[in-house]
Design a protein around this ligand. Sequence first.
Ligand code: FCA
Length: 329
Amino acid sequence: MKSLLLLPFRTLAALTALALAAHAAPAIKIGFLVKQPEEPWFQLEWKFADQAAKELGFTLVKIGAGDGEKVLSAIDNLAAGGAQGLIICTPDTRLGPGIVAKARAAGLKLLTVDDQLVSANGQPMSKVHYLGISAGKIGEDVGKTLAAEMKKRGWSAADTAVCAATFDELATAKARTDGAIAALKAAGFPANRIFKAPQRTGDIPGSFDATNILLTQKPDVKHWLICANNDNGVLGAVRALEGRGFTAATAVGVGINGTDCIVEFEKTKPTPFFGSMLLSAKSHGYDTAKMMYYWIKDGKEPPLDTRTVGVLITRENFRQVLKEQGIRD
Ligand code: FCA
C-alpha cells in the first residue's frame, strides 16, 4: 500500500524535474574582449568582470584581440559557443559598423566599454550602448594638476614647456589631451610652449618614440610638464625624459588610469611620474558585466551612455585610495 502511494509521487517529481529542465533558460555566457590585455587597466577590468560572473553565476569568456581580424573571428567563436552578449573595448574604433553588424547577425547583445565605436563618417555611434570616462573633464583635471605643480615648484613659463603625448586617432584619447591642454591654457600657460608628441601606437614605446623626437627638437627646455592619453603614455614620455637626464626635480607628469603606474609609485626614488587620475576599473568591469547579465536574463536594457570619473592619486595617497577602491589589499 505504502509503495503504491509513493510511486505516483516519484513519477510526479520526475516529471516536474523534466518539465523544469525543458523550460530552464540556457546558461548565460558573456564575452569580454579587450584591445590590450597586457595593460594592467584591462586586467583589472577583467578581474572585476570575473567577480560579477562569480556572484551572479554566469560564464565569462575573456578575449584579448589586438587587431580587427581577431575581433571578428572572436565574435564568430563566441556565437558558436553559445554566448548571448559581448562587452568590447575594440583595438580599432573604426571597426564600429562591422562589429555591430556581426554581433547583430550572431544574436549577441553588444556593450562597448572605454573606447566608443565610430561610424564610417567618423562620428561616434551613439546608438550603441557605451560605458566610458568623462574624458574631457578628466583631462582638464590633469592640466589643472600640472599647472598647480608648476606653480608650487616656482618654475617660470620661459623655462617650462608642455609635452602632450597624443593619440588623436582615438576619440577618448584626443578628448583627454585636449582637456589637459585647455586647462593649462586657462591657467595662463603660454600656448606657444605647448607641444604635441603624436604617438604612432597607443602604448609605452609609442609615446617613448614620439617624446624622443620632441626632445631632440627642443633641447633648451629646462622643465617639462607631461600629459597623455593614459599612464602608459606618460610612462613612455617619462622614460624618454629620464634618458636625457630629467628627474622628479625637473619634470612632472600626470597620467590617467591609476592602475598602470603603481610600480612607478612604489619605486623608492620619485620619478617625474607625479600622479595619475585613477579611473573606476570596477565600474568598467563589474558594472558592465552586471548590466549585460541582466540585459540577457531579464531584457533590462542598460543606459545608452554612461560616463565615469577619476580621482588624483600620487605617491602620497595611492596605497590608501587603491585599498578603498578594492584594487589592492
Ligand atoms: C582607453 C585607454 C585605456 C583606458 C581606457 C579607459 O581604452 O587606452 O588605457 O584609459 O580608455
